[in-house]
Design a protein around this ligand. Structure first.
Ligand SMILES: NC(=O)NC(NC(N)=O)C(=O)[O-]
Ligand SMILES: [Mn+2]
Ligand SMILES: [Mn+2]
Length: 523
């Protein structure tokens, strides 16, 4: 939509403030040079109370003190009255839905909604109702993904898929996964209300994936990998901690749980134009830059290992220390070894000179390792454990270097257990290669973000940053059948996988508007 300038007389004063949690700013200084596009008039206005719908999202952080330029609303079509901003749908209703979904939990005092749990069934229903409210045709597939689709004027065209996940970790925040689903449905609802939904040039399908986190079965992306056709039939036999298999869980939820039903889930990649996902950043970068939105360049690869150490169970009071085969102390040594490997990979990569520098250099920037779960048998204070099991989550942007680390780490783990006469079994439970997002999609998402921020604040940030993702996403699975793009949304303190996870109402709104701008511009 071409930007035109119009008379400055009806220049609207808008509120420049940090997000809802902070105080309005004092009158701001003009920047030394006008780095922005030409405008009819630049007026410095003191910050005045105005309807909260005109939020500006650029934090004034110490290290990134930006001189704010307040451009009087002089770019035609940036009509700043609220009905172009749809706050009632993209902000108020979206936040209320996120809050509602954040209470759909399998336990009372914190948020837990794992693959095919009772709460995930309730979440499927409520998400489906929101999709229908947005005018979408809905269904639930044979692995618990919720789909909402509109065909547009050309039902045979390749579809745009917009997705994220409805499952959560344990003691989760209410935005991880849910934000992407709610924003997608809300943006489509605006298109419906504007009468644009039926005229879109290609089908749009929103998918709420059933298992991105992989908490229950330790294999992430079950829902999206099934659609991508990369989920092996053997996944049906993976068991959870109560020895229920994926197949048992599917049948318990009235899904078929057969190889045939798995096969039918796969999408033909010729039917997909692109996959995009809106997700919280789950890191501190956007907040440190004082910006609400960023575009994802790539997603780190990830490997999940299950380590089982078995020793000699015995009496805590009678077995001399020198005669013990204690899997607990062995586990302690291995967990500290894992930390050393991740902090100082240069001490562990045993490549020859040729590729050492490359791998170590790339590793040191992105290698992270975590032991998130540990269990002990029999688990009594006066019993030397017989068995200790724990998980290892290892991630890096460089797949080859990550594999090299896993190789070296495993070698040293076996050596340590040999010294302790403890048996060691290392199982690879999950693996996902690093993924690069599509440049064209990323550029379209970046433009959409600019448009959203322009609409909302009449001011365009210096940049919509491009970030790497250490967190995994369903986009990794979907990249097997489609080009993928991701939009990151600022979250407070970069905190995630915690009830402290928080996205401001205005940033939820910015994300929905960016998605709306993407749809309006590209479909
Ligand atoms: N966005 C996520 O939190 N993803 C999580 N889940 C997977 N599968 O990566 C993770 O651990 O990063
Ligand atoms: Mn997560
Ligand atoms: Mn997530």
């Amino acid at each position: 939509m071409a930007a035109k300038v119009k008379d400055t007389s009806d220049c609207r004063r808008q509120k420049i403030h940090q997000n809802e949690d902070s105080k309005p700013l004092v009158p701001l200084l003009l920047p030394s040079s006008l780095s922005f596009f030409s405008v009819a008039a630049l007026l410095l206005v003191s910050v005045e109370a105005a309807s909260s719908s005109h939020g500006v999202f650029f934090h004034q952080t110490q290290q990134h003190q930006k001189k704010k330029l307040f451009i009087c609303a002089e770019i035609e079509n940036i009509d700043v009255n609220t009905n172009r901003l749809f706050p009632e749908i993209l902000k108020e209703e979206a936040v209320s839905r996120l809050t509602e979904l954040g209470k759909v939990s399998d336990v009372d005092h914190y948020l837990e909604r794992t693959f095919l749990s009772p709460a995930s069934g309730r979440a499927r229903s409520v998400i489906r109702s929101w999709m229908e409210d947005a005018g979408l045709r809905t269904w639930v597939d044979q692995i618990g993904n919720v789909h909402g689709r509109v065909e547009g004027i050309n039902a045979t065209a390749e579809a745009l898929i917009i997705g994220s996940h409805l499952d959560t970790v344990i003691d989760a925040g209410m935005f991880d996964g849910s934000l992407g689903i709610v924003c997608a449905v809300s943006a489509l609802k605006v298109l419906k209300i504007n009468g644009q939904l039926e005229n879109i040039s290609r089908p749009i399908e929103v998918i709420a994936f059933s298992d991105e986190e992989g908490v229950r079965f330790q294999t992430a992306f079950l829902g999206s990998a099934a659609l991508a056709g990369t989920l092996p039939f053997s996944a049906l036999q993976i068991s959870d901690k109560s020895d229920l298999t994926v197949q048992d869980a599917l049948k318990e939820n009235s899904f078929e749980g057969t190889e045939e039903s798995f096969l039918r889930l796969k999408y033909d990649q010729r039917s997909v134009w692109a996959y995009i996902e809106v997700h919280i950043e789950q890191g501190p970068v956007l907040e440190s830059l004082g910006l609400p939105l960023g575009v994802v360049k790539g997603i780190a690869g990830q490997t999940r290992l299950k380590v089982t150490l078995s020793g000699a169970q015995g009496h805590a009071g009678t077995v001399p220390m020198t005669m013990r085969k204690d899997p607990m102390t062995a586990a302690a040594e291995l967990i500290v070894l894992l930390e050393s490997v991740c902090k100082h990979p240069e001490n562990f990569i045993s490549y020859d000179g040729q590729c050492k520098g490359f791998s170590v250099e790339s590793l040191s920037r992105s290698l992270v390792c975590t032991v998130g779960e540990i269990s002990v048998w029999p688990g009594a204070s006066n019993v030397i454990p017989g068995q200790v099991t724990f998980t290892m989550d290892i991630r890096a942007m460089d797949d080859m270097a990550r594999e090299a680390i896993i190789f070296e780490l495993s070698k040293q783990m076996y050596q340590a257990c040999d010294r302790r006469s403890v048996s060691c079994v290392i199982e690879r439970k999950h693996n996902a290669e690093a993924v690069l997002c599509d440049d064209e999609l990323s550029s379209l998402l970046k433009s959409a973000s600019y448009s959203a921020l322009m609409r909302m604040a009449g001011e365009v940030p210096d940049e919509v940053p491009v970030l790497m993702s250490g967190a995994g996403h369903d986009a990794m699975a979907m990249s097997h059948i489609s080009k993928v793009g991701m939009l990151f949304v600022r979250c407070r303190g970069g905190i995630s996988h915690s009830p402290e996870e928080h996205v401001s109402d205005d940033d939820v709104w910015a994300a929905g508007l960016a998605l709306l701008a993407f749809l309006e511009t590209n479909l």
